[in-house]
Design a protein around this ligand. Structure first.
Ligand SMILES: N[C@@H](CCC(=O)N[C@@H](CS)C(=O)NCC(=O)O)C(=O)O
Length: 209
């Protein structure tokens, strides 16, 4: 049995986790999830029925991790030899941007896509992302002075933060700005990114035939 069972669908946020699996060179097997026919094993692992869901067969223990950002960081922790964990002096930048991307950015993107939002500044004060515009401007500011989340070195946070940028610009949910475009381009050159994308693209093509 492989070390990890990876529940995914190729046209989903599962692409983020697959990239992370390839960055650390993990031994994993893929369980494809069909939206209309979710297996018992999948729903047992994640009752929310969402992908990515990762099951780690770890010696005598079985650990389940959900949430793409958590899966990325978990894999970096389980594979320290990959060198993708933040050094102590990088932790503030790493966690700030990882959580900013998986919290306010994710919520802002979704709210904007659904046409939700409030103009009243008092009500914006209650929203964790403020407004879509404020969240995007802040995101740009957080990435403007660096090549990667932690500065000049790629870490696991870039898999998640970079996926938000890459995927968001592709689907028009994140504005195309030079800072975001240059960052996404750097990430697309990584071999693990290319390997993982190739697998998902092949699966997407196969399912549409
Ligand atoms: N907060 C989760 C969201 C995961 C999510 O929404 N996944 C979607 C695909 S992108 C899904 O599984 N949808 C299937 C469904 O809800 O039935 C994460 O970041 O991993």
């Amino acid at each position: 049995m492989a070390d990890y069972t990876f529940f995914t669908n190729p046209m989903s946020r599962g692409q983020i986790a697959r990239w992370a699996l390839h960055e650390v060179g993990a031994d994993y097997e893929t369980e494809l999830v069909e939206w209309a026919a979710k297996s018992e094993a999948f729903l047992k692992a994640n009752p929310l029925g969402k992908v990515p869901t990762l099951v780690h067969h770890h010696g005598d223990h079985i650990h389940t991790v959900t949430e793409a950002a958590a899966i990325c960081h978990y894999l970096a922790e389980m594979h320290p030899e990959a060198g993708l964990l933040p050094e102590p002096h990088e932790k503030a930048a790493y966690f700030r941007r990882l959580f900013f991307a998986s919290g306010p950015v994710e919520q802002a993107i979704m709210a904007n896509s659904m046409g939700w939002g409030v103009d009243d500044p008092q009500k914006q004060g209650m929203l964790g992302f403020g407004s879509y515009e404020r969240a995007m401007d802040t995101f740009e500011t957080l990435m403007a002075d660096r090549d990667y989340v932690c500065g000049d070195r790629f870490t696991m946070a870039d898999v998640y933060v970079g996926s938000q940028v890459d995927w968001g610009m592709q689907f028009g949910t994140i504005p195309k700005r030079p800072v975001f475009e240059a960052y996404a381009q750097r990430l697309r050159e990584r071999s693990a990114y290319q390997e993982a994308k190739a697998i998902d693209m092949k699966l997407v093509e196969g399912s549409s035939q």
